[in-house]
Design a protein around this ligand. Structure first.
Ligand SMILES: O=C1O[C@H](COP(=O)(O)O)[C@@H](O)[C@H](O)[C@H]1O
Length: 230
């Protein structure tokens, strides 16, 4: 079962979680020479990105990618890569190596091999994965509404092309097996509505209705849930 870390204020959560992630990454560098960090998009992680970018670790040894991406140009306002470049790959973290999850191909299906190749040199298991969660119980781009969910849950491939029906844009997502191939997962959520979704996920029995359950209800990879009320 996941370890639950509740906070009243997002600023306190961000301070603690950023320090934890930075320590995990530096420990990985000390032990193996390099570290890998997988981050999520959306709005929740932006303050965390900014805090992390101010912490002095050996960022030149850190390899960063995304848990999922919308199939859009990397400078599109809705691109997760754009958020990472603007908020995380700055300051002390500017020397980190970033590989995004998009290519110039017209569909994620056409680009999947090239993106997988770009990630092949990443240290694995991933040292740290930071996940978010949507109000429908999706994490990364494992959407309950998508026809590709069964494949995303079952495949041993790194990446899956996803076409959500209740969210915009085709996507490329790390598969469930790739997400669980990590030394540590942090689930980062904020606000009362996400807490309610989390509580439902913990008691729900159908993972296809709430894919976040597949991350919470497993024994392979440690998961710490960082939640702030405000
Ligand atoms: O679409 C996405 O949504 C989730 C949650 O985003 P948030 O804005 O509610 O924080 C995010 O984790 C995922 O990476 C993103 O592509």
């Amino acid at each position: 079962m996941p370890v639950f870390k509740p906070f009243e204020y997002s600023t306190d959560l961000v301070d603690v979680l950023a320090s934890k992630i930075a320590a995990d990454l530096q420990r990985a560098i000390d032990a193996r020479g390099r570290a890998s960090l997988v981050v999520s998009g959306g709005s929740t992680p932006l303050p965390l990105f900014r805090r992390l970018s101010n912490i002095g670790i050996e960022w030149a040894q850190v390899f960063i990618t995304l848990a999922d991406e919308r199939w859009l140009p990397a400078d599109d306002p809705e691109s997760n890569e754009r958020l990472v470049r603007q908020h995380l790959l700055q300051g002390k973290a500017a020397s980190a190596h970033f590989s995004g999850l998009v290519s110039s191909d017209s569909t994620p299906e056409a680009g999947i091999a090239l993106v997988a190749e770009k990630l092949s040199h990443f240290p694995k298991p991933f040292d740290v994965i930071v996940l978010g969660m949507g109000n429908d119980g999706h994490t990364a781009s494992l959407f309950p509404c998508s026809e590709q969910l069964t494949l995303a849950m079952a495949t041993e491939q790194l990446l899956v092309a996803v076409h959500p029906t209740t969210a915009p844009h085709a996507r490329l997502s790390l598969s469930l097996s790739a997400l669980l191939n990590a030394r540590q997962i942090y689930l980062h959520i904020a606000g009362e509505s996400k807490q309610q979704v989390l509580e439902q996920a913990l008691v729900h029995t159908d993972t296809t209705q709430m894919p976040i359950r597949a991350v919470l209800n497993q024994h392979k990879t440690p998961v710490d849930v960082y939640w702030s009320q405000k």
